[in-house]
Design a protein around this ligand. Sequence first.
Ligand code: FAD
Ligand code: NAI
Length: 466
Amino acid sequence: MQYNVTVIGSGPGGYVAAIRAAQLGFKTAIIEKYNTLGGTCLNVGCIPSKALLDSSEHFANAKDHFAEHGIDIPAPKVNFGQMIKRKGDVVKANVDGIAYLMKKNKIDVHTGTGSFVDKNTIKITTADGKESTITTEKVIIATGSKPTPLPFAPFDKKRIISSTEALELKEIPKHLIVIGGGVIGMELGSVYARIGSKVTVVEFLDSLIPTMDSTMGKELARVAKKMGIETYLGHKVTAVESKGEEVLVKAEPKNGGNAIELKGDYCLVSIGRRPYTDGLGLDKVGIQTEKGQIPVDNHLRTSVDNIYAIGDVVRGAMLAHKAEEEGVFVAEQLAGQKPHVNYNLIPGVVYTWPEVASVGQTEDQLKQQGRAYKVGSFPYKALGRARASMDTDGLVKILADKATDEILGVHIIGARAADMIAAGVTAMEFRASAEDVARMSHAHPTYMEAVKEACLAATENRAIHM
Ligand code: FAD
Ligand code: NAI
């Protein structure tokens, strides 16, 4: 078979690139080594984790909040098997949806591992060892990432587990020890804390979700405490041992102090993900990885002129929507268009409850840049809408340029922050000032009023409801 464009990997980067390429008239193929399409995100990432987050959140509401709303029900119980089954159904509906989209866009799907023979020839090897080759003018590598293990404690996938296993457990852990208080640790830690596990998070740095604005980490630590999640910040894990049904974790404060020993039945290692290029045969085309990533230029072109790379396998945030933007970007470039990705405005979201969502610069980044800025904050507890729903934890923090008032960062921890951050992206894409947003009418009562109020606070410290 001969193609204009071949995409290797069917995650959000790959399948979106393939659809856009097909829309633009290219004869397109996609190669995926697993039997289902959608990559990490749909199979073992974004979608299943959100399915379990939603189920566990319903349970927590029924258990802890219904009575106060005047809804009396018998004490709810978790049917964990059903929770996992529903998650599986949600994943299936989504991955089937991608198969439908491939068919609709007349994209040829090849199941098997894709590896370079040369820069225009790709070999596809199926799980049972059958080989075939296709030729192609352009290639888009979208092979994604895999969980990073601790160097001294590889995943045994039974007791020392990654997110993949944590989404598919057969029982609710009694004590889940989470190493890494980043996005996965806090999302999956929340799931299990809500449904009855004792959860302990050991984080190397001095803050949870340390890549986000430090106010978010502090507020999330407060919320985690309320949920009963125990956290050890600034702790370096020195040993993880699994013995039968037990896992022993040792850690010591990185700045000195007493070591700790934790005993649990599962240990989730969520210390980041690494780009995945195994079996791709990059050596056949002379592409060398750097720190595991495929180096690309500003056009996402690799060192070989007809080969591009996108998503988790290249530099930048490891996020589904970043991968998608890059997929569209490459396909449109191949069609001679001049697309653009604004990397400063890729939002980041943590789907805890309350959710955390950010876009633009953090306060620390502005300090490092030596940029003069203003801060406006507004707490959820001062919002009528938040009181009505009893979601009063959280705040909105707006960072704006001191001289021009242009919004430089929007950071939200609070109910529905994940959806609200889109307003921050829009405002910043149009280079709005804090006062521009402060002067727009926001429906009452909504959580978005906190954004308006924080913008008022940033403008001239003139929030109305504080
Ligand atoms: P991937 O989705 O990793 O897809 C790569 C695909 O390539 C895989 O299917 C793989 O099998 C295939 N492949 C690899 N090598 C070959 C080969 N040689 N031949 C054929 N096929 C190959 N991001 C968000 O934005 N929001 C979230 O809520 C979110 N939640 C997450 C939750 C978890 C638990 C995890 C683990 C990740 C989450 N992410 C989230 C991150 C998101 O999943 C990734 O950023 C995204 O999937 C990256 O897309 P990609 O297309 O680059 O690669
Ligand atoms: P992460 O980078 O978010 O967090 C890893 C955490 O582990 C960091 O806080 C880091 O300081 C800490 N850490 C690193 N080494 C450690 C050690 N030895 N001991 C203790 N702590 C250590 O990575 P995570 O959570 O594994 O997720 C991987 C990627 O997947 C994320 O970067 C994100 O891009 C993506 N993801 C996105 C989600 C979303 O958008 N909602 C949800 C889940 C994952």
